[in-house]
Design a binder for this molecule. Structure first.
Ligand SMILES: N[C@@H](CCC(=O)N[C@@H](CS)C(=O)NCC(=O)O)C(=O)O
Length: 207
């Protein structure tokens, strides 16, 4: 049996975040397809993933990824310098609290519901979200162009969280165009895309 069992949807930002943490830590993992709102999901707030590792049942991707990194990777993704770590943690929080909800509700889910489930595309929802998504990308691009952005510290937990969040956006038509206009984000995504942990966790829908 794999060392880590991940109960989550197969195309999921947070399932992938945990998969990347496993890959970075050299842990074998399997994903058991579990829909967020199914009776099989053990998350008390109907989110995925729920993870079994080392006899523990864990929820919440920050806790899960940090545990895996601490217990199996010497904490290498969390940076020992306090200032560098604060920057990395700031970006994990930005990814979780602002970018993911904005991208997921405004573009990613409307496109998934349209292309995978066959529902009409929610064009009004997309149009309403685009200005805020554009502003968010502008903020990330500007931060990346100055010293002190997370990329200055090498691959860290910030990348583990930010890559799947931005990659999901990039797989939508409007997200792809928006990111293409951001040189720093594009270069960073290309660099991350070469990392073995990112390649090993590609979604089937990725070209
Ligand atoms: N705070 C949770 C967020 C997890 C989350 O939002 N997962 C998404 C899938 S990527 C989900 O469960 N969505 C289903 C829903 O909100 O109904 C974590 O960090 O694990």
């Amino acid at each position: 049996m794999a060392q880590v069992r991940i109960f989550g949807t197969v195309i999921s930002t947070y399932t992938r975040i945990v998969q990347i943490a496993c890959e970075e830590s050299g842990l074998s993992h399997e994903t058991i397809a579990t829909a967020a709102r199914s009776p099989q999901n053990r998350h008390p707030f109907s989110k995925v993933p729920v993870v079994e590792v080392d006899g523990l049942e864990l929820i919440e991707s920050v806790a899960i990824a940090n545990y895996i990194d601490n217990a199996h990777n010497g904490g290498a993704l969390q940076l020992s310098d306090p200032a560098a770590r604060a920057v990395s943690e700031k970006w994990v929080a930005i990814a979780n609290n602002y970018l993911f909800p904005l991208f997921e509700n405004g573009l990613v889910m409307p496109w998934i519901m349209h292309t995978v489930a066959g529902f009409p595309l929610e064009r009004e929802k997309i149009e309403a979200a685009l200005p805020n998504i554009s502003r968010a990308l502008g903020f990330v691009e500007a931060e990346m162009s100055v010293d002190g952005a997370w990329t200055a510290n090498g691959f860290s937990m910030a990348d583990v969280f930010l890559y799947p969040v931005l990659r999901g956006l990039q797989l939508t038509p409007q997200g792809r165009m928006g990111i293409a206009q951001c040189d720093h984000i594009s270069q960073w995504m290309t660099a991350c895309g070469k990392r073995p942990s990112i390649q090993a966790t590609r979604w089937e829908s990725e070209p």
